[in-house]
Design a protein around this ligand. Sequence first.
Ligand SMILES: [Fe+2]
Ligand SMILES: [Fe+2]
Length: 134
Amino acid sequence: MTLLRWKDEYSVGIEAVDHEHKELIDLINRLHAELDAPDAKLTVPAFFGDLLKGISAHFALEEKFMRDHGYGRLDPHKDDHERLLDELREIMDAFENAEEVDAVELSLRLDAWFTRHFRTHDAELHRAIGAHPH
Ligand SMILES: [Fe+2]
Ligand SMILES: [Fe+2]
């Protein structure tokens, strides 16, 4: 089940960042699909691991870009990255400790986790310094 879909309007005008956003969307979609599998309890932790690795590298790239451009809203953006990493670790712990996983609830939580930042801080970065790709 594909819940998140890339749209051109999400483009921040920086090819490397767009590419990673697409990959992260893909990873979250694969995680969604995996949650419904009967062996989810065994396979999902590896997806979470990939997501945590991918998102950490992505945040580092975005933060470097913002620093290089002297972006004025770097601090609140970076704070939100930290908050997202904490929240993802919480989601992972909750998953590992749960006797029964509510896949729907977890999917909704992951969607909200990713898209809120994407549509606020990343969109703001786009408006401030992203070159319009079209
Ligand atoms: Fe960001
Ligand atoms: Fe981002």
